[in-house]
Design a protein around this ligand. Structure first.
Ligand code: UT7
Length: 328
């Protein structure tokens, strides 16, 4: 029997129009363009319009995918959304996207894995395609980080931005698509990057809002050390496990959290800068959105059969790598 693999057959990104530059941030907190650029590689990021929610990003992504692939939204079987900034705590944004985009035959759910949300969601989609219970699965990674960022906290507001993207997964009989996945997590890292208040542990109360603990907290240095070690480590591990040399890798598609983490990962893999997708300067860290945004921006440079290594590290801690062969 022919082996079925899950292949990406369309990709679509979305970022809101409003730009927040380093110069804008200089007027808001004690920071400067030189510090942000040298420490992170970020020059600007995008911000959602007032009232623009995650599902609005998702609808644009689904519409783009359907139009590119020439299919009707009713043909979609499932939508999985990797995100930590859904419209509501419940219902899931996947439900809302299905409704608003007219995916009346699809079911779906949201998946919380912070910056690894897209990779986790992509692997979930893979399983449904490989099992042949679903023919067309849309996997979205997107975040409206501005909804949970404190724009008085220079430790976080300079890093994060809004945006995301998604892919359509369909069955391939030619061995294209997802080849291997390594996903990991370590909850011991939770205290270093989290939204402390607003969950069941400590529900929103006037006093904790007053203390501004309902925003993202990050202990950057600790997260940085773990990110370098683990993102580089897992990317190297997936290469070894699949006997891939650096020459075999056409593109590294890294989570865009910090240019220094991306450089360390590429170095560990032995992959030259010319093979690394980097757009952090334009969008900052869009959490689950970074990897599909890269795929979208590089789509016309990708060739059928290209070996891509996707790698991420983020809150949780969560991290992982996916090795895939581009299918078109
Ligand atoms: O995507 C999810 C995973 N997240 C990540 O991977 C992020 C990992 N962490 C990082 O990228 C980096 O740790 C940051 C970019 C967040 C911070 O860079 P850093 O090189 O670790 O800086 P630091 O926090 O050690 O701060 C160095 C100095 C400090 O001053 P002193 O104590 O040396 O005088 C900070 O107070 O820089 C100061 N500082 C700033 N200065 C200007 C901290 N933030 C800023 C700022 N502007 N925005």
């Amino acid at each position: 029997m022919t082996k079925i693999t899950a292949a990406i057959t369309a990709v679509q990104g979305y970022v809101p129009d409003k730009v927040l530059s380093n110069a804008d941030l200089e007027k808001m907190v004690d920071t400067n363009d030189e510090w942000i650029t040298t420490r992170t590689g970020i020059k600007e990021r995008r911000l959602a319009a007032p009232g623009e929610a995650l599902s609005d990003f998702g609808v644009k992504i689904v519409e783009g995918i359907c139009s590119k692939r020439g299919i009707d939204p009713t043909e979609i079987d499932m939508i999985v959304v990797g995100s930590i900034t859904g419209d509501y705590r419940f219902p899931s944004s996947a439900n809302i996207i299905c409704d608003k985009a007219g995916c009346t035959n699809a079911w779906g759910f949201d998946l919380s894995a912070a910056c690894s949300g897209f990779l986790y969601a992509l692997d979930v989609g893979r399983v449904y395609i490989e099992n042949q219970t679903h023919k067309k699965v849309i996997v979205i990674g997107a975040d409206v980080m501005s909804s949970i960022i404190n724009y008085e906290d220079r430790a976080t507001c300079i890093i994060f931005g809004d945006g995301g993207g998604g892919v359509l997964l369909e069955a391939s009989e030619d061995g294209l698509g997802i080849q291997d996945t390594i996903l990991k997590s370590d909850g011991a890292g939770r205290e270093f990057l989290l939204q402390e208040v607003g969950g069941s542990k400590e529900p929103l109360r006037p006093e904790n809002i007053e203390e501004k603990r309902h925003y993202v907290f990050q202990e950057g240095k600790t997260v940085f050390k773990h990110a370098v070690k683990n993102m580089a480590g897992v990317a190297a591990e997936i290469m070894e496990r699949n006997n891939l040399t650096s020459d075999d890798v056409a593109w590294l598609v890294p989570h865009q959290a910090n240019l220094r983490i991306i450089d360390a990962t590429a170095k560990r893999m032995g992959v030259g800068k010319e093979k690394v997708m980097v757009n952090i300067e334009k969008y900052g860290n869009t959490t689950a959105g970074t990897i599909p945004l890269c795929l979208w921006e590089w789509e016309d440079k990708l060739n059928k059969g290209d070996n891509l290594v996707l790698a991420s590290f983020g809150g949780g801690f969560t991290w992982g790598a996916i090795y895939l062969k581009w299918a078109y």
